[in-house]
Design a protein around this ligand. Structure first.
Ligand code: UT7
Length: 347
């Protein structure tokens, strides 16, 4: 068909980033609250009532983040029915090594020849940060298809004898495929609302092991080489920041609270999710959760929950979905999408 001069000169809308595949993977070993209580001053009742977790997964010490990420990434690619991607963006707090990034290792193992591959460090909001970067690559025409992964081996960086972190964090990975599509089509990612507040960076921190405090790398106490978290303070920031970001992302999509069919909240603590959904006016039956069986898996939390909710039929085509996450940095992000038809998550 011949283009008229007018249509040839008409500006074409930038492509949208559309969700076309979803996968996840969990290490097989579950650690129950009773197992933890055997060596920690805590109890099954306290953990279930104050956090909402019954069991979390722990990778064996020989398993690294790239192992989890490769499993989840392979499932997401299969779910999308594709074998190649232009880029791999991996969100993690627990890279295999300080150098190099983990994403190129994963890309090589997945056979993604010459794909650009890099990591994103944005704590528990890392997956939504990675999706945002991937969407930008697609909008700009730099990539047509991006594999986005959130993967964590939190057991490698928590002090297993610290009751303020050990019951909370779990290991796992989730992944999504984003592809260039039409703006506004089902599955297209909406506007992102994100931000950070480094004034409170030490509220969740591993004090030693990076370029700061390098003199004390060997001599530092065990606790300073593992995640330290002022949980109560983080709790309050999490509720405030996620509520504000989610409100703005919903408004950007033109949604009122009653329009939100599913609220996907980072699985930090069941009471945090309840406080955020309450503040947003979204009823509990619209707020899927898997924290009871996987714990807080940091950057893996959002894609793991998406894969579970999609596979279990809780997320259905046409649902208006609001996603929000918060974590170390402090950093947060929220976005929206209408759940696409024909997406089969592979777990
Ligand atoms: O993933 C992103 C970042 N992370 C988060 O968003 C996590 C945010 N924070 C939290 O989820 C919660 O603050 C925690 C689960 C970490 C702690 O729950 P909390 O309800 O805020 O407890 P708390 O620190 O206010 O402590 C309440 C009581 C204290 O005892 P007293 O002083 O009232 O006698 C603590 O010593 O609970 C005690 N406690 C525990 N007891 C049994 C604290 N941790 C434990 C424990 N087992 N594991």
């Amino acid at each position: 068909m011949h283009q008229t001069e007018e249509s040839a000169n008409a500006p074409t809308a930038a492509p949208a980033a559309v969700l076309t595949g979803l996968g996840s993977w969990l290490p097989p070993r579950g650690v129950t609250n009773d197992e933890l209580s055997a060596h920690l001053d805590t109890s099954d009742t306290w953990i279930r009532e104050r956090i909402g977790i019954s069991v979390r997964r722990r990778a064996d010490p020989k398993t690294a983040t790239s192992d989890l990420a490769t499993e989840a990434g392979a499932r997401a690619l299969r779910s999308a029915g594709v074998t190649q991607a232009d880029a791999v963006v991996l969100a993690t707090t627990t890279p295999d090594h300080p150098c190099p990034a983990t994403a190129p290792i994963v890309a090589a193992r997945l056979g993604l020849v010459n794909a650009a591959a890099f990591d994103i460090a944005a704590g528990c909001s890392g997956f939504l940060h990675a999706t945002t970067v991937a969407a930008g690559l697609i909008h700009s025409g730099t990539a047509d298809r991006v594999l986005v992964i959130g993967a964590e081996t939190m057991s490698a960086i928590i002090d297993l004898e610290d009751r303020s972190t050990a019951p909370i964090f779990g290991d796992g990975a989730g992944a999504a495929v984003l592809e260039a599509g039409r703006p506004g089509q089902p599955g297209a990612l909406g506007e992102v609302v994100w931000g950070s507040d480094g004034e409170h960076a030490d509220a969740i921190m591993i004090p030693v092991g990076g370029s700061r405090n390098r003199d004390s790398r060997q001599s530092a106490p065990h606790s300073e080489r593992h995640v330290q978290m002022r949980g109560n303070e983080v709790f309050r920031h999490a509720v405030r920041r996620m509520t504000a970001a989610a409100n703005r992302a919903a408004a950007a999509a033109g949604w009122e609270p009653q329009d939100i069919d599913r609220l996907i909240v980072h699985q930090a603590n069941a009471r945090i999710s309840a406080a955020v959904s309450d503040a947003l006016g979204v009823p509990p039956e619209r707020v899927p959760s898997n924290i009871a069986t996987v714990g807080n898996t940091a950057a893996a939390s959002i894609p793991l929950l998406l894969a579970d909710a999609a596979a279990e039929g809780t997320l259905r085509p046409g649902h208006r979905v609001l996603l929000v996450a918060f974590g170390s940095g402090l950093a947060w992000a929220a976005t929206t999408l209408v759940w696409p038809p024909g997406l089969h998550a592979e777990r």
